[in-house]
Design a protein around this ligand. Sequence first.
Ligand code: GLA
Length: 438
Amino acid sequence: MNFLATPRGYLITAKLNSKRFYLTLLCLTLLWSTLMSTSVSAQKFSNLADTPPMGWNSWNTFACDINEQLIRDIADVMVSSGMKEAGYEYVNIDDCWHGERDDNGFIQANEARFPSGIKALADYIHSKGLKLGIYSDAGDKTCGGKPGSNGYEYQDALQYARWGVDYLKYDWCNTENLNSAGAYRTMRDALYSAKRPVVLSICEWGDTKPWLWGKEFGHLWRTTGDIIDCWDCEVDHGTWSSWGIMRILDMQAGLRQYAGPNHWNDPDMMEVGNRMSVNEDRAHFSIWAMLAAPLIAGNDLRNMSTEAQNTLTNKAMIAINQDALGVQAFKYKVAGNIEYWFKPLANKAWALMVLNRGEKAQQINLDWRAETVIDPFFPVEGSKYNADFKNSRYRITNVWDTSSNDKINTTATSTALTVPSHDVVVLRLDKISLSDSH
Ligand code: GLA
């Protein structure tokens, strides 16, 4: 039949054409919406942790004994003590801020402890140029027995966004039937859909190797169980243990290649300024800095000693931690109780930490020209880092003992050092001679 021959034919053709038109339109719409849904599919907020996050968290000192006045006071001291100026940014409320869920299922703060609510607290913290962190748990209840986010992830994320929360530590208690990667993915998606950029701190204690799957979901992941403020101890709590500084350090073996900008290994919040000696605190802080770990203080900033304050705000040590390369240190050499750790830095610089784990001070002689340091594993720009001290020269800055830094000290001659017991010497090495080696 030739439809085009008659006026009626024109009509039928037009009808058919319009059918085809609507069909095509429908197909295009479906294709468009599929493309759109792919392009806006949930992801981790990017660039929130290009360098390891720095801040404070309530748990190590206060556990469940927290309230809004404490958090405000900490924010004030963060500014007045020089910590903000040194780079500390997040004020993080850990477990036990929670009240109950309201009739619609939205979580509320504990009214007695946070009478003004979390939004008012966030506003206060933001007015100081700082950011607010909060805590939840992937299970039905938090480790402290408060309401967890299981089944409420999207509502909780929405509530945090309404309050102005910037950082979420997401814990792993009471999660017996959950898959870890799945649970952290759900919270990542929920945060993304709530549209407020939030740093997601994965806190599953290293149980299911988050370094293998966490990068897609969070900005940092705990590598171990909880820290405790002792040099080298394990405290057994029955079903779990907490760990001293040396124990946690040793548990980081083999993990450095998994960390980098926006996805850091987290050996837990710091204990600087709590029960350890000044030497141990200095070593603890230096180790965390060398490991490119998040620097989250866990002491009572309102009453800290000058020594603790000086340790936490050492700018040269913080610069090593916050170095743009974002590469963790590696253990280069062990000699008895002495460990030598090297961290590659931007602009072909290096940091060297000499750690004395033993009970006695040790004399060290660094014969630079006898050493060639080769990074055992870190493919950055396709090549390994190495420091050839025979052919390249570096200017030495002593990070903790600034008394000799006005002299020009270089790797042209050997360096004699004393490393006290349970302490470190940290040297920054900036390249001064021309050579192609790093
Ligand atoms: C777990 C975490 C700690 C702390 C407590 C709170 O133990 O690992 O860092 O958040 O829960 O209950």
